[in-house]
Design a binder for this molecule. Structure first.
Ligand SMILES: Cc1cc2nc3c(=O)[nH]c(=O)nc-3n(C[C@H](O)[C@H](O)[C@H](O)COP(=O)(O)OP(=O)(O)OC[C@H]3O[C@@H](n4cnc5c(N)ncnc54)[C@H](O)[C@@H]3O)c2cc1C
Length: 376
């Protein structure tokens, strides 16, 4: 019951070459970030070794809601005000391009039916209308709907349709990335917890643990807060009520119907928000029962829950990830993480971004995402 639905997918075969001795880059974490970075670095000819305490995609990358959304964790209009209009526009475009790149690599792990960002009440409607207008002003593809078709019809106060968003089988995608990375020469060591970065036989180290691995880099401990999310999946339904990812209440509730008819539903973190600031990967009765009641509403009847699980993601103060060299570590220790619950596309994009930065290539957005931005 507590095995994430995504991780039941068969693991593809992987040729896993062993590298002897010191490597150019050691990566801690074999989720979407670590695997995207490993692939990029190995393709550039570097010797790369990935260490994971469990297995590929066993962290948030195999435990999430499967939403593959463009953009950041903040609303677009808010991002424009906070980071500046030009930076926000460039950031959104970058994630749109990352989603297109994921589509090239993911095969059947990605579908692109679009997504609905729903307003739960009039106040939220006003907020997402501002977002919609800002998106349109800057030429991003988006549509406004006063009501949506399907199971959510008549229940919400308007929605933004993001027509190019996707639904991803995240474990399948990340395992495929890992297969590509090892084919390009990277080594992946599973069941290999890193306790001390100094002990790694590597010129440089990339920490790609998002909400896990808290304390591994003490300087980052107050910057990326481990946060728990809980998810359930139902038995398959025989009709399609939700034809794309739906999310509402500032993203606190999110659900989609999977190709086999199941509803996958996550969220309700606000039921006990302080308790969810934890890296203890277990479900709780309070949130599970809220999820279950909402599932029955979404299905229009009582349906059986077949899967329940929890996962941990990294939350930052400004909802932007931390990507780049960790200050004060002489360029040896790098980080990419803190996607604030929005890491399927951003994790891939930031994995490639940090790899490009380590390779000395042009790496836009590094200034915006600089881990040193919170210093003094
Ligand atoms: C419940 C939930 C729902 C979510 N829903 C969505 C969604 O729908 N859409 C979206 O875009 N994002 C979502 N997210 C966020 C997204 O899943 C993550 O941001 C993303 O997967 C992070 O990928 P990552 O590779 O950086 O980290 P992870 O996938 O978490 O991987 C980190 C890895 O590091 C390993 N590790 C940790 N410490 C050590 C150590 N000391 N030594 C060795 N290995 C270590 C772990 O075992 C783990 O495999 C969700 C997250 C959760 C938890």
């Amino acid at each position: 019951m507590d095995v994430p639905y995504w991780l039941e997918d068969p693991t593809p075969a992987r040729t896993n070459g062993k590298l002897d001795g010191r490597v150019d880059v050691a990566i801690v974490g074999a989720g979407v970030t670590g695997c995207a970075a490993a692939l990029r670095l190995a393709e550039a000819g570097l010797r790369v070794r990935v260490h994971d305490a469990r297995s590929v995609a066993s962290g948030a990358s195999g435990r999430n809601g499967g939403f593959a959304l463009r953009g950041g964790a903040a609303r677009y209009d808010v991002a424009r005000e906070t980071y500046g209009a030009e930076r926000a526009a460039a950031y959104w475009r970058w994630t749109e391009n990352a989603l297109d790149r994921i589509a090239e690599l993911a095969g059947d792990a990605l579908q692109r039916p679009g997504s609905y960002r729903l307003a739960g009440d009039e106040e939220e409607r006003e907020g997402i209308l501002l977002e919609y207008e800002a998106l349109r002003e800057d030429g991003h593809n988006a549509e406004w709907l006063d009501d949506v078709p399907g199971g959510a019809a008549g229940r919400f106060h308007g929605a933004i349709s993001h027509p190019r968003d996707g639904s991803i089988q995240p474990a399948r995608f990340v395992r495929r990335l890992a297969t590509r990375a090892t084919a390009a020469g990277a080594e992946i060591r599973e069941n290999d917890r890193v306790e001390d970065l100094e002990a790694l036989e590597a010129d440089r180290v990339l920490v790609a643990t998002d909400g896990y691995g808290h304390g591994l880099v003490p300087e980052l401990a107050d910057l990326v807060w481990p946060t728990r999310g809980q998810v359930i999946a139902s038995e398959p339904l025989d009709s399609v009520l939700y034809d794309r990812p739906h999310y509402a209440r500032q993203g606190f509730d999110y659900w989609q119907q999977l190709p086999d008819g199941r509803i996958l539903l996550g969220g309700f973190r606000d039921v006990s928000i302080l308790d969810e600031l934890t890296d203890v990967e277990e479900t709780t009765p309070a949130i599970q029962s809220s999820l279950e009641s909402f599932l029955h509403e979404l299905a229009g009847r009582k349906v059986a829950v077949t899967h329940r699980w929890a996962g941990i993601f990294g939350l930052t103060q400004d909802m932007l990830p931390l990507v780049g060299a960790v200050p004060g570590r002489d360029g040896r220790v790098w980080v990419a993480g803190g996607y604030s619950g929005h890491g399927n596309v951003l994790g891939f994009a930031c994995g490639e971004l940090v790899a490009d930065a380590m390779l000395g290539r042009d790496a836009p957005h590094l200034e915006l995402l600089d881990p040193a931005r919170f210093s003094d």
